[in-house]
Design a protein around this ligand. Structure first.
Ligand code: ZN
Length: 374
């Protein structure tokens, strides 16, 4: 196995604004924590500093006029035309270097994708990738350039025919779903807080793809208060059977961590214990994995969770004299794993009823199309 950890100190140079929840410096904190736990010093692991992507790479998904507008926004001064492209909103502010940051995020993802496709790497991680909301000509949900859609287009161009995209961010991966909705070469699976209660308001179970792609889009909406036990049950009910039926050549995983119970933007109740189990299932599903960070806004919590994810992807146990994997008492201490957490039995019943109905729907509709068995 060969693993690539994509890291650039330049991510520290960008600021969405002090009140904006997206902090690109989180990538440095994850990198430092992985270092501290001895998760980068192994012969099969390389840390690579990515270069920004070039325009022609972004243009495989985005429109030229959108990219021109994003480039104009790089000055930090909005103009009224930018609003047509979603630029300058509260979610997607115009700030100095916004184009540079978007292209660095994309460049990191694409460097991982290229190394995997040239068989120079099996695992690659870009913490500041996974920008699943961006549209070809529209920025939304903190996402300016959709690195995932660009990477999947690249894999298709390289001749891949079975690409599994799994999205465990708390929000529906609407930009990626739209991009491959009619394709039977990209199996899209997203688990997320139901669009009834959160942005972007899509990702319902009946969104199943179209044309050749019918059945190749799988959405499993989750109710508010979903905890580890319910989440892992839901993931286990769909992911391994889909993998077995689809036999992916590569897994592109958006491993967002805004599912955690202290995340300020969402209403799920997960911890990194369940997350670790889910990452383990993803790790076991395919030798080639391009992992991308995505959302995550409770910064100390996501730093610990993504450190665990990198460890799991590499089959490592975190090692540190001052830290163990014993549960953290306050969630901010030296220890990586959260205290286990479960919702109350009354809530649990309602959560289970909601999720069981979604699973039954997927098992009876999508699974027969794909030849998957519960
Ligand atoms: Zn999210």
């Amino acid at each position: 196995m060969r693993s690539i950890y994509l890291h650039s100190p330049r991510f520290d140079n960008f600021d969405f604004g002090s009140s904006h929840p997206f902090k690109s410096y989180r990538a440095r904190l994850v990198y430092e924590t992985c270092q501290r736990y001895g998760l980068l010093a192994h012969p099969w692991i390389s840390v690579i500093e990515p270069e920004p992507a070039r325009d022609e790479t972004a243009l495989t998904f985005h429109t030229a006029d959108y990219l021109d507008s994003l480039k104009a926004a790089n000055s930090g001064f909005p103009d009224f035309m930018m609003a047509c492209y979603g630029l300058g909103s509260g979610d997607n502010p115009v700030f100095k270097g916004v184009y540079d940051l978007a292209m660095l995020m994309l460049g990191a993802t694409m460097q991982g994708a290229e190394l995997i496709s040239r068989d120079r790497a099996d695992i690659a991680l870009n913490i500041n990738g996974g920008l699943h909301h961006a549209k070809p000509a529209y920025a939304e949900g903190f996402c300016y350039v959709n690195d995932i859609a660009v990477a999947i287009h690249f894999f298709l161009d390289q001749g891949y025919e079975r690409i599994l995209y799994v999205d465990i961010d708390a929000h529906h991966g609407n930009g990626v779903q739209d991009a491959f909705y009619a394709s039977d070469k990209v199996l899209f699976l997203s688990l997320h807080q139901s669009g009834d209660t959160i942005y972007p308001g899509t990702g319902f179970e009946h969104e199943m793809g179209t044309g050749d792609g019918y059945g190749y889009t799988v959405n499993l909406p989750l109710p508010q208060y979903t905890d580890d036990e319910a989440y892992v049950k839901a993931f286990t009910a769909v992911y391994p059977p889909l993998v077995e039926a689809f036999r992916p050549q590569i897994v592109v995983a958006q491993i967002g961590l805004d599912t955690l119970k202290r995340d300020p933007l969402t209403n799920l109740r997960c911890t990194n214990n369940g997350y670790r189990e889910v990452i383990s299932m993803i790790k076991a599903s395919c030798p080639k994995i391009l992992a991308l960070g995505g959302g995550g806004y409770s910064i100390p919590d996501v730093v610990r969770g993504w450190t665990i994810a990198w460890a799991v992807l590499n089959g490592l146990e975190p090692q540190d004299d001052s830290a163990t994997t014993e549960p953290a008492q306050d969630g901010t201490g030296e220890k990586l794993l959260d205290e286990p957490y479960r919702i109350s039995p009354g809530l649990k019943d309602a959560v289970n009823r909601f999720i069981d109905a979604k699973i039954a729907f997927i098992h009876s509709t999508v699974f027969p199309v794909l030849g998957a068995h519960p």
